[in-house]
Each structure stands twice: as C-alpha cells, then as structure tokens.
Ligand binder design. Structure first.
Ligand SMILES: Nc1ncnc2c1ncn2[C@@H]1O[C@H](COP(=O)(O)OP(=O)(O)OP(=O)(O)O)[C@@H](O)[C@H]1O
Ligand SMILES: [Mg+2]
Length: 332
C-alpha cells in the first residue's frame, strides 16, 4: 500500500465518518432474494432452450464444465489475510452515461486493503467502464471515486493515477516481444526510463534482486533471457503481471487475465494470485467462473451498471437475481 496515502487526510471525503463496519454493512449483499437450485431450474415450466441456458450457468458456477473436477484449481488453503480492515478503494454512487445510455448506474463498491475482489457480470454490465473510471480513462457524470482518503480519482488524470500506484492490465498482453523477459521487467521499474541499450548495466543490486524475485514469482526465471515473443500466451500474461509488480502497485486491476489460457496455465495463475493476495488490492474482472471460484473470497456481480449481488461464490451462484441476469444474457 502506498505509504503516503495513509498519511494524508481529506476533509471532503464523503464517507469520512463511516466506520469499516458501516461500510461493510452498506456493501453487503443487500438482497434477500430466494435462492434457486438446479432442481428449481429443472422443474420450472420454462422452454427447453431457456432451461438449458440456466443449467449451463449453474454448471459454470459449480465448476462442472469442460470435464473439470470441482476444486481442481484450488492449490491449497488460502493463506491467512493480514488483519487489515481499512477500506482502500471507494466508489460511491457512480454514474456514467454514453449518449443517454447508463453504462454505470449509481454504482457503489468498497474494497478493503489487501483484498482480492472478483467482479463478474454479463456482457455489457459495466465492468470495463468501472475500471475506466478507477483509472481516470472515463470521468463519471455523478458520484465519487477515491483511493484511500488521499486520492480523489475522479479529479486526477490517468498518469497521476498510475503514479498513485493504481496499475491496470488489459486483456491482451502488451509486452515488448523482441526484448528478453528480464529486460521487459527492468523497463517497468518504477520511475525508470533508461535507454534500452544500457539496460541492465546501471541496475542497482537492489533492483536486480527485486527483478529476480518477481521472475520467481511469475515463474519465468528459467525464461529470463528468452525473447518475450517466444513465450506462450499464458506466460506473456504472467510477464505483464510481473511488469506491473515491478511498479510495486497499491492496486492491481486485471481484466480477464485467464482468457485464452490453457487449463494448466489457469491453475498456475490461481497460485500466482493466491501468492499476491494481501499485498495490494486486486480487482479482477473475469468470465471464467471456475477460475473465479478458485480465487475468490468475495464476488461482486454487476448488472446494468449497478451492483446486483455481493458475497462468496456459493451465495452468488444461488442468488435468483444473478441467475436471472445471466439467463437474460443467454436469451439475447
Ligand atoms: N465509449 C462508449 N460509448 C458508448 N457506449 C459504451 C462505451 N463504452 C461502453 N459502452 C456501453 O456501456 C455498456 C457497458 O460496457 P462495458 O464495456 O463496461 O461492459 P462489460 O461489463 O465490460 O462487458 P464485457 O463483459 O462484454 O466486457 C455496454 O452496453 C457498452 O456497449
Ligand atoms: Mg469488459
């Protein structure tokens, strides 16, 4: 976590009077809707194609698709989180409209320090737009976005937000293909803008150690001298995560990091995220429910620009409103 963020106070902050408990109460799953089970779906008087679509959603949540054993991607018990309950990221009543269409509609989301939060939702729910607001790419029409009580994100430009420690990884890996894995990492050192030809030569011992530690973490130590273009798709995704880690981020925003990965690569990504959990906020947007089930403690479901439900995966997958939201998508 960015040290300066804790020191700075802010009298304007909307939730300054709220305790973490207050915030959690607001952010908790607000709907006490009836839960639906596979049997409910099976027995309901609905057309066959709609029933199949609903069952597919439930199967996806349960990790039964693609012949996977449930829990296959769970490498072991999650490590205990540090006792840190302060809220780090605040989105309050955010609305964003595009030509009158509300991509985000009164969205409120609180994420605690060190938390790994998964964001799911049907296509067009507003997930990417939410990341655009956090990173300053899109200005909200209404509402406020803060990173700790120090950074008013809706008043900052994109560069300043990166400098505040909020780093984003887009879906497609964007590494320098001709450079080695190690050079890609070194180029990402915070505040480091060396000329390429001198790469490596001026690195301090501390920087070298840090690069080596990141290489180990992303499991590319053996490939450190390989051109990044020779890596597999999954390895490129890890390298890009490593490039973000080189900047010692306070918040990592990951948009569909396992899209296109093999099952083995997904499994290793689960391990990587488990390893990173607790050190910074991780906001993870993902459609692969099996992966979400493996990494998520708390899942937030977006739908039509708002939070539809929030809770652990079992709570979410039994939530009638969530099932209906995905069902609506399947019928489109
Ligand atoms: N620049 C834009 N101009 C007009 N409409 C936009 C723009 N960006 C997003 N939208 C619309 O806002 C809605 C939310 O889009 P967004 O990309 O945030 O959804 P998403 O949840 O990320 O979807 P997906 O799962 O498909 O990535 C969609 O209906 C989209 O068409
Ligand atoms: Mg998106």
């Amino acid at each position: 976590m960015n040290g300066n963020a804790h020191k700075a106070g802010n009298a304007d902050f909307q939730s300054a009077a709220a305790t973490p408990e207050d915030v959690r109460a607001v952010a908790a799953p607000g709907n006490a809707r009836d839960a639906a089970t596979s049997d409910d779906i099976r027995n309901a008087a609905v057309p066959e194609d709609v029933r199949e679509a609903a069952q597919a959603v439930l199967d996806e949540f349960a990790g039964r698709r693609r012949g996977m054993r449930p829990g296959r991607f769970v490498p072991g018990p999650p490590k205990p989180l540090r006792e840190k309950n302060d809220i780090a990221l605040y989105l309050e009543k955010i609305s964003v409209s595009f030509d009158g269409f509300k991509a985000l509609n009164n969205l409120t989301l609180y994420v605690a320090e060190g938390e790994l939060r998964c964001i799911i939702g049907p296509n067009g729910a507003g997930k990417t737009t939410m990341m655009d607001v956090i990173t300053g790419k899109t200005r909200p029409d209404r509402g406020s976005a803060w990173f700790t009580r120090a950074y008013n994100l809706s008043a900052m430009d994109e560069v300043s937000i990166v400098e505040a420690g909020i780093c984003r990884k887009f879906q497609r890996p964007s590494v320098f293909e001709e450079l080695t894995v190690l050079h890609n990492l070194e180029l990402s050192l915070k505040g480091d803008k060396r000329v390429l030809s001198t790469l490596g030569a001026r690195l301090s011992g501390e920087d070298r150690d840090f690069s080596a530690a990141v290489l180990e973490r992303i499991r590319l130590h053996e490939q450190r001298n390989l051109a990044a273009g020779k890596l597999s798709h999954g390895q490129k995704q890890w390298l890009e995560i490593g490039m973000l880690l080189m900047q010692k981020p306070a918040v990592l925003l990951l948009d569909e990091p396992v899209a296109g990965m093999s099952a083995g690569e997904i499994e290793r990504t689960v391990e990587l995220l488990r390893d990173l959990e607790g050190e910074q906020v991780i906001l993870l947007v993902e459609h692969d429910m099996e992966f979400v089930r493996a990494v998520a403690r708390t899942v937030t479901v977006l739908h039509q620009g708002s939070v539809l439900a929030e809770g652990d995966m079992d709570t979410i997958r039994n939530n009638q409103a969530v099932i209906e939201a995905y069902l609506g998508e399947a019928q489109c």
